[in-house]
Design a protein around this ligand. Structure first.
Ligand code: MN
Ligand code: MN
Length: 316
C-alpha cells in the first residue's frame, strides 16, 4: 500500500496542464534519491533512437509520453485496478544516452537497469527505438532467460543490416536469443504484418521455436483466443512485455518510424494488455513513439494509455 509520497498529483487538485510533467504525475525519484529503495515499479525514459533504420525520432518519445501521461487518472475503468495504491510507483527519470555512440548507449542502459534490479524495482520503460529492449533484457535476464510477450508489426529478429551491422531496432530479439536472454519456447510475437524483405526473420523464429502470430490470424481468431494462447506460451515463469506502438494501426498511431497498415485499433491495443493480468511480469516497455511524425499528438496519447494498462497488469 502506497503512501502520500507515491500518490500522483490529481487533476482535482492541480489542472493537468500545470506542473512539471513527470510520468503519470508521479514523484520523480532518480537513483540516489532518499526514497529510491521504496520504489516497486519504476517508470523510466530511454530517450535514444540510435538503432533506427528508417524514420527517426523516438529519442523524443519519453518527454512527449510524460506530457501525454498527465491525462492518466487513478483507476482503470475496465478492470478496477488502482495501480498507484497497489504498489509504490515513481518516475525514475531518464537513462542518459550517448547519442554519438551506440555501443556506449547500450552499456549505459544496462548499467541503469542493473541498479533497478539490485533495488528490487520492476521497470516500465518508455523508449526510444526498439533496440533499447536489448540492453534492458541484459539486466533483467541475469538470473536466467525470460519469456516475452511481444506486440509489434515486425519480428525484430533479423540477423543484421547494411552488410553486417548487428545492433539496430530490427535485430534486438535475435541478439537476445543468441545471448540467452530469452527462452524462445516462451516467446510469442503478435500482430506481425507488412511487406517482407524475405523470410529470414520468420525462418529464424521457426528454427528456435518462437511463436509468431501474424495479423491475419489475430483478426481471424480474436483477442481473447490469441491472448489465451499467449498466456499459455509464457506460462507462470518470469516474463517481459515489449510493446512497439507500430503494433497499432497507423490510423491510430501514425507517429512512428515504420508504420504498417491493417493493424489493431486503439481499443484492441488496450484489450491485449488487459489479457496479461496475473502473469509474472518482471518488466515492460512501450517503444517507437516518434513525436516528429506525431502531428496530432494522438500516438503519444495512446502510448501513455498503453503504459497505464501495462502498469495495471504489473500490479499484484
Ligand atoms: Mn519493434
Ligand atoms: Mn515495429
Amino acid at each position: 500500500m502506497s503512501d502520500a509520497f507515491f500518490t500522483p498529483v490529481s487533476g482535482f487538485d492541480l489542472p493537468r496542464f500545470a506542473g512539471v510533467p513527470s510520468f503519470m504525475r508521479l514523484p520523480v525519484v532518480p537513483p540516489g534519491h532518499a526514497r529510491f529503495a521504496e520504489v516497486e515499479v519504476g517508470l523510466v525514459g530511454v530517450p535514444w533512437d540510435g538503432g533506427t533504420t528508417n524514420r527517426p525520432g523516438p529519442r523524443h518519445g519519453p518527454r512527449q509520453l510524460r506530457d501525454a501521461s498527465t491525462m492518466i487518472r487513478a483507476q482503470n475503468a475496465a478492470t478496477g485496478v488502482r495501480p498507484f495504491e497497489a504498489m509504490n510507483c515513481a518516475d525514475l527519470g531518464d537513462v542518459g544516452p550517448n547519442p554519438a555512440d551506440l555501443m556506449d548507449s547500450l552499456d549505459r542502459v544496462t548499467r541503469f537497469f542493473d541498479g533497478l534490479v539490485a533495488a528490487g524495482i520492476r521497470p516500465l520503460t518508455a523508449g526510444g527505438d526498439h533496440l533499447v529492449s536489448l540492453p534492458i533484457l541484459r539486466a533483467l535476464a541475469r538470473p536466467g532467460p525470460l519469456g516475452m510477450v511481444h506486440f509489434d508489426s515486425h519480428t525484430d529478429l533479423f540477423h543484421s543490416y547494411f552488410g553486417g551491422t548487428m545492433y539496430t531496432h530490427g535485430t534486438p530479439f535475435r541478439r537476445a536469443v543468441e545471448e540467452g536472454l530469452l527462452d524462445p519456447a516462451r516467446v510469442v510475437q503478435i500482430g506481425i504484418r507488412g511487406s517482407m524483405y524475405d523470410s529470414e526473420d520468420r525462418d529464424f523464429a521457426d528454427s528456435v521455436g518462437i511463436r509468431v502470430i501474424p495479423i491475419e490470424a489475430f483478426f481471424a481468431r480474436g483477442v481473447a483466443d490469441v491472448m489465451a494462447e499467449a498466456r499459455e506460451i509464457v506460462g507462470a515463469g518470469p516474463t517481459y512485455v515489449s510493446y512497439d506502438i507500430d503494433f497499432v494501426d497507423p490510423a491510430f498511431a501514425p507517429g512512428t518510424g515504420t508504420p504498417e497498415v491493417g493493424g489493431p485499433n486503439s481499443f484492441q491495443a488496450l484489450q491485449v494488455v488487459r489479457a496479461l493480468a496475473g502473469l509474472n511480469i518482471v518488466g515492460a516497455d512501450l517503444v517507437e513513439v516518434s513525436p516528429p511524425f506525431d502531428a496530432s499528438g494522438a500516438t503519444a496519447y495512446l502510448g501513455a494509455q498503453i503504459m497505464f494498462e501495462l502498469l495495471c497488469v504489473m500490479a499484484p
